[in-house]
Structures are given as structure tokens and as C-alpha cells.
Design a protein around this ligand. Structure first.
Ligand code: HEC
Length: 149
């Protein structure tokens, strides 16, 4: 198991465990614990609300219920365009989500989702499609409304 795999497993364990529980008490479970509904859907909004909002918040403000347990804290995802001169940085976001160009922030619990989806469902094309749809959904959460090509 790579370090990242362990982190992803921990993260997913956290998502399906009552969030009030102390992080130390989390049971060891596998990726198969991603709820089936999120293994089946490719809908970006549904995936975001089910798998990301616990950390990044329902509207992407970085204030999900798990946020206070995390160091580094999950960032707000609503200013990605504003921080990029008003243009949504699609490629960078896609890679952040997939885990390909993952930030080197030590201790980050942000999973590499392409690997998580792929290992859970065994379908790489579908895993990439989910990452793409999540990227499209994050575009909708941007607080500056700019035309994105
Ligand atoms: C367990 C908490 C956690 C979960 C769940 C989580 N993230 Fe993150 N995310 C983080 C943290 C912490 C960071 C900042 C450190 C890093 O980039 O590794 C981050 C960073 C990011 C970034 C980079 C933001 C930037 O400013 O460049 C994106 C995009 C992102 N997450 C999207 C998602 C999406 C989409 C999901 C769901 C599929 C998700 N995250 C699920 C914790 C989480």
C-alpha cells in the first residue's frame, strides 16, 4: 500500500463514519465502502455532494463537517476562477481532482480520485469521466460568473 492509498482509504473511512467520531477511532475499512450510489453515478453534482462536501462544504466554501479535523484544511473551491484572472483553470482542477499533479502539501487528505474510482469500480474510463464531471460541477460553484470556454 502506498502512502497515498492509505490516506485515501482513511478518507473514505471518514466519509462513511459518523463525523463526530474522533479520527483515531476510525475503523479500518476498504474502498469498497464507497456507497454504491456513488459507485454507479457519474453525475458531478451528486458525486460532489456525496464525496467532497464533507470536506469542502456543500457550496464549496471549504467548511464541510470534516474540515476542522484536517491539516492542511480543505480549501474553498469557489474562488478558483477569481484566483486565475477570471478564467476557470479546467486542466489544473482536473489534475487536482484526479490526483495526477497532486499538491505536495504534506499530510493532505485530499484523495487522488481517479485511482479511488478506478480501484472501486475497475473501470478507468468511467473513473476519468467522473473526474471530468466533477470538474464541470466545480465550474458552477465559482463565485465570479465568467464565460468559460
Ligand atoms: C478528506 C477531505 C477531502 C475530501 C473528501 C476531498 N478533498 Fe479536495 N482537498 C482537500 C484538501 C486538504 C485539499 C488541499 C491540499 C491539497 O491540495 O492536497 C484539497 C484540494 C482540492 C483541490 C485543489 C484546490 C486548489 O486550490 O487548487 C480541488 C480542486 C479539490 N480538492 C476537489 C475535490 C473534489 C472534487 C472532491 C470530491 C471528489 C474532494 N476534493 C474531496 C481535502 C479533501
Amino acid at each position: 500500500m502506498t502512502r497515498k492509498t492509505i490516506l485515501s482509504t482513511f478518507t473514505l473511512a471518514m466519509l462513511v463514519t459518523p463525523l463526530a467520531q474522533a479520527a483515531d477511532d476510525l475503523p479500518e475499512i476498504t474502498r469498497q465502502s464507497i456507497p454504491l450510489e456513488y459507485q454507479r453515478t457519474r453525475d458531478g453534482r451528486v458525486l460532489y455532494q456525496g464525496l467532497c462536501a464533507a470536506c469542502h462544504g456543500v457550496a464549496g466554501h471549504g467548511n464541510g463537517p470534516a474540515a476542522e479535523l484536517l491539516k492542511p484544511a480543505p480549501p474553498s473551491l469557489t474562488q478558483l476562477s477569481a484566483n486565475n484572472g477570471g478564467k476557470f483553470p479546467s486542466i489544473a482542477v482536473l489534475h487536482s481532482i484526479s490526483g495526477k499533479y497532486h499538491s505536495a502539501i504534506p499530510g493532505s487528505e485530499m484523495p487522488g480520485w481517479e485511482e479511488v474510482f478506478n480501484q472501486t469500480t475497475g473501470d478507468l474510463a468511467a473513473a476519468r469521466h467522473r473526474v471530468y464531471n466533477l470538474t464541470q460541477y466545480l465550474k458552477e460553484l465559482q463565485e465570479t460568473h465568467v464565460a468559460v470556454k
